[in-house]
Structure formats: structure tokens, C-alpha cells
Design a protein around this ligand. Structure first.
Ligand code: NAD
Length: 496
């Protein structure tokens, strides 16, 4: 049974600027549901003038908003959290309809987004400074945290609801105002979030959304009234556009980039539990997750262990139910769009050309539940005999493709992981505390899993990253986001 679709009648997406829903003058692009391959909405590619208007509105709202007490700001966030709970199912279905992921994956995404709002509700205590009495006789010193003004938040396509919520709630909780640019491929979840923000009673101009592409991003990067940027997306954009330009213009920056994650299986791993974790890790969200497993590294020279593990992995992967995510029986949705699918096919072809063994061919085995065009669907794909110098072993594929490698021991496994330029979320599966400790200690990735395949940090922990997966100092989520969105001011006071 297909759950009811919340988006009906191909709406034209508007911008949300200064508390008003404004039609853009920019060119219009289609938003496509990848499962049905049909247009479900139209989104504007907004102009430079429109991003300037939004920044102007945010700048004008800032003086009053920063003087609103943290308790009062927190009450707005509590109302927002309640509204998000009330609309939980609708929000989740919007994500599935615009992105293609399964409804359970969307529900998980909705939950994590709300959790960030919940954490930001604690702002009266989270924003506290500290003090020291008598730094010299009769003189005290204290530190306060203050908001800076306007921040730009730029999202990727793969988590349309959650990722802007890794930062926007903390930005406004601390007294800043925001302009959000969702991915133009999936703008509808953020429009729903903005509707709920409006209903929660945030003052006009505090939370703005401008749809579009590079013009909007460049408008943010060049704008003198934007104090900082939070970006999540691919490494070339994170490093060569966002981080570079923020350095040139003196803006604060968080730029989270791409990934190539290694899942290391030790010979003492609990195989039956590991298989389940590997399925969600490699094929959940159709492999379009910055924490997705990409390379499966099997440790040891025991051919029997390798064979039985690979038989179980290939068997489980071949049984994944594929279809439209609004069918609750479906376990894997389509790839986000036709071009992305073609890019993944290119990687599969390169794996074959470079001599890897295609164990499970997702191009051929796709049996879709329901009557949907095959345009964006791709089955789980597994390559064996992969080496780190192959494209499929080293580059981010961002699709349901597993590259299997073998190494002799844990040292070799860690060296192989650390030689890859990315450092987002690597994991080890083992029942040995010693091996787990060694892995955690030496691995160069910001998020580390021990018998966990998707290492997604809770909202009260930072979403970390190392090497080519992260550019900046502080991270999104929790206390680090509070630090990012505030400036420390030190006051020294003599009492007389
Ligand atoms: P992307 O870099 O193509 O786009 C991200 C955003 O930047 C979009 O809003 C897009 O409109 C804008 N953009 C793209 N190119 C631009 C340019 N040249 N100039 C200015 N703006 C530009 O990324 P994507 O394809 O939307 O997202 C997938 C990528 O995001 C993957 O690499 C994935 O690993 C990564 N990701 C990382 C994390 C993390 O926390 N590290 C989380 C989710 C996704």
C-alpha cells in the first residue's frame, strides 16, 4: 500500500523572506520525484537581488532578536519542536516524495532534525559564560558569549530536512538570524520547516529561506553583512568554493564535505549481527549518505571465513526490496536522479575495466515492487578483489555499491583506511576490546563506529570529520554549534 502523498498539484515554491512568502523572479526548475519520475513541484533559481533582500531582512531583525532573552527565544524553539512533532508524518512523507528514500529512513531523518531543535531549547544554560574572581586585588574577569548577526546555511540533496537543522536552531537560539539555501533538487522539506517556524511565532526576518543555486551561494559568500557560512555538501564545493572564499572574505566557516568510508571486519566479529549493520550501512538511503559504508575490508587469511561472510552479504543484498519509499514494505528507494544514477553506472563500468570482480550486479537484478519507471532505480552492487588504487576503491561513489578488499591484519587495515584522503565515518566490527581500542586510537576519521555501521552523532555531539571530509574548526550540532554561532567577549572589571 502506498501512503498518501502530501505534495499535490505541482506547487510553485516561494522564498520565505522577512516573514513573507515571496514569488521569485528567477528562472524556474522542476522538482522530480525519482521513484515515479514525475514533476511534483517547481522551484525558483533565485537572483542576486533576492538573496540581498533576505540578508537585509535578517540584518534588520537582528538587533531586536538578540535583545530577546534566551528564555524567550527558547520558548519559540519549544513551540517549533511541538509543531514538528505534530507534523512528523507529513514532514517524513515530503522527504520521501521529493528525495526517494524509504519512509522509515525519512522518519529517522525527521527525528534527528527535531532532536537538534530540542537540544537548542536548552540555550539559557548552553550559552552561559564563566567568570573568575580576583584576577588581581579587587578585579574580576568574566566571559560572555554574544551572537554575531546573520549566517548563511547551505544544504546538500541527501538529507533535505535534517541537515539545515544541524545548525539553524543553534544559530537562532544564540540570537543570530539565518538565511537558508536548500538544495534546489529537494526544496520542499525546508519550505515545510519554514511554515512551522512562522507558525511557532518567530519574528519576521529571523529565519529566511531563499531557493536557488550558485547565484544564491555566491551572493552569500560575497555579502559583507553575512558573518559566517555553514555548508554541507561535496568536497570540491566545500574546499574550493566555500572554505576558500570564506577565508578570503574573513567569514567564519563550517564546511563539511564528502566521504569514502571503510567498514573493517575482524575475524572475531559477530557475523550475524554484522550482516544487518552492513546492509543499512552500504545500502541504506541507497548509498547516498556521507556516513555510508563504501569499502568493506575483510581482515585475515581464513578463506572459509571470507567465503561464508561474502555469501551471507551477497545473499542479504540480493534480497533487498526495492521500490517507492512510500510503500512501507520497501527497503531501498531509487537514486535521487537520472544523472546521479548514470554517474554511479560509470563507476561500476570502471570497476569492471580495472579488474574487480562483479559479485552482484545491481544494473541487472532490479526487480521493482510496483509499476514504476526504472529511470532512477539501481540494485545493490558488490565488487570483490578491489584494491585501493581503483576508482571504486578510492573515490566517493555515493550510490549502493560495495567494494570488498582483503588485508592480512589490523595494521594493514588501518593503514589502508588512513591512506584514503577522506576521513568521515570508519567502523570496525570485532569482539576484541584491544582491536577496537587500537582502531579508535589510530584511525583518521572524525566519526568512528565500533560494531556500528552508521556513525551518526546524536544532536548533542558534534558532527565531526577529518582530512578532505571537513574544513573548519568547530562542527555542526550541540555545544560546538553554540560556540560557532557566538563570539567570546572577555570583560575585566574593577569594583569601586
Ligand atoms: P554539492 O556540493 O553538489 O551541493 C551542495 C550545495 O552547494 C547545494 O545547495 C548546491 O546548490 C551548492 N553548490 C554546488 N556546487 C556549487 C558551486 N560550484 N558553487 C556554489 N554552490 C554550489 O553536494 P550534493 O551533491 O548536494 O551533496 C552530496 C555530497 O554531500 C556528498 O559528497 C556527501 O558526502 C556530502 N555530504 C556530506 C555530509 C557531511 O556531514 N560531511 C553530509 C551530507 C552530505
Amino acid at each position: 500500500m502506498i501512503l498518501e502523498e502530501p505534495i499535490k498539484g505541482v506547487p510553485l515554491v516561494k522564498n520565505y523572506i522577512d516573514g513573507e512568502w515571496v514569488e521569485s523572479k528567477g528562472e524556474i526548475k522542476d522538482v522530480v520525484n525519482p521513484a515515479k519520475y514525475e514533476v511534483i513541484a517547481r522551484v525558483p533559481i533565485s537572483t542576486k537581488e533576492e538573496i540581498d533582500m533576505a540578508v537585509e531582512a535578517a540584518k534588520a531583525a537582528f538587533p531586536d532578536w538578540r535583545r530577546t532573552t534566551p528564555l524567550a527565544r527558547s520558548r519559540c524553539l519549544f513551540r517549533l519542536k511541538e509543531l514538528m512533532e505534530e507534523h512528523f508524518e507529513e514532514v517524513s512523507r515530503i522527504q520521501t516524495q521529493e528525495h526517494g528514500k524509504t519512509i522509515d529512513e525519512s522518519r529517522g531523518e525527521t527525528r534527528r532534525g527535531i532532536e537538534n531543535v530540542e537540544v537548542a531549547c536548552g540555550i539559557p544554560t548552553l550559552m552561559m559564560g564563566y567568570n573568575a574572581e580576583d584576577i588581581a586585588t579587587g578585579i574580576d574577569e568574566y566571559l560572555i558569549r554574544q551572537p554575531l548577526g546573520v549566517f548563511g546555511i547551505i544544504g546538500p540533496f541527501n538529507f533535505p530536512w535534517m541537515i539545515p537543522l544541524w545548525s539553524a536552531p543553534y544559530a537562532v537560539a544564540t540570537g543570530n538570524c539565518v538565511v537558508i539555501k536548500p538544495s534546489s533538487e529537494v526544496p520542499l522539506s525546508q519550505m515545510k520547516a519554514a511554515e512551522l517556524v512562522e507558525e511557532a511565532g518567530f519574528p519576521p526576518g529571523v529565519w529566511n529561506v531563499v531557493n536557488g543555486g550558485r547565484t544564491v551561494v555566491n551572493g552569500m559568500l560575497d555579502h559583507p553583512d553575512i558573518q559566517g557560512i555553514v555548508f554541507v555538501g561535496s568536497t570540491p564545493t566545500a574546499r574550493d568554493v566555500i572554505y576558500k572564499r570564506c577565508g578570503e572574505t574573513g567569514k567564519k566557516v563550517i564546511a563539511q564535505g564528502g566521504a569514502k568510508n571503510f567498514m573493517v571486519i575482524m575475524p572475531d566479529a559477530d557475523v550475524s549481527r554484522t550482516i544487518l549493520a552492513l546492509m543499512t550501512s552500504f545500502f541504506g538511503n541507497t548509498g547516498q549518505r556521507c556516513l555510508s559504508g563504501a569499502n568493506l575490508v575483510i581482515v585475515g587469511e581464513d578463506d572459509e571465513f571470507y567465503k561464508s561472510l561474502m555469501d551471507a552479504v551477497a545473499d542479504a543484498a540480493s534480497k533487498i526490496v526495492i521500490g517507492y519509499g512510500l510503500d512501507e514494505s520497501v527497503q531501498m528507494g531509487p537514486v535521487r536522479d537520472k544523472e546521479k544514477r548514470e554517474r554511479i553506472l560509470g563507476y561500476i563500468e570502471s570497476g569492471i575495466q580495472q579488474g574487480a570482480k562483479l559479485r552482484l550486479d545491481g544494473r541487472k537484478k532490479v526487480k521493482i515492487v510496483g509499476d514504476y519507471p526504472p529511470t532512477c532505480f539501481l540494485g545493490a552492487t558488490i565488487f570483490e578483489n578491489v584494491t585501493p588504487d581503483m576508482k571504486i576503491g578510492s573515490e566517493e561513489i555515493f550510490g549502493p555499491v560495495m567494494s570488498v578488499m582483503r588485508v592480512k591484519n589490523l595494521d594493514e587495515a588501518i593503514e589502508m583506511c588512513n591512506a584514503n584522503p577522506f576521513g568521515n565515518g570508519n567502523a570496525i566490527f570485532t569482539s576484541s576490546g584491544k582491536s577496537a581500542r587500537e582502531f579508535q586510537y589510530r584511525i583518521t576519521s572524525g566519526n568512528v563506529g565500533i560494531n556500528i555501521g552508521i556513525v551518526a552523532p546524536m544532536a548533542f555531539f558534534p558532527f565531526s570529520g577529518m582530512k578532505d571530509s571537513f574544513f573548519g574548526i568547530l562542527h555542526t550540532q550541540g555545544q560546538e554549534a553554540i560556540r560557532f554561532f557566538t563570539e567570546s567577549k572577555v570583560v575585566i572589571q574593577r569594583w569601586f
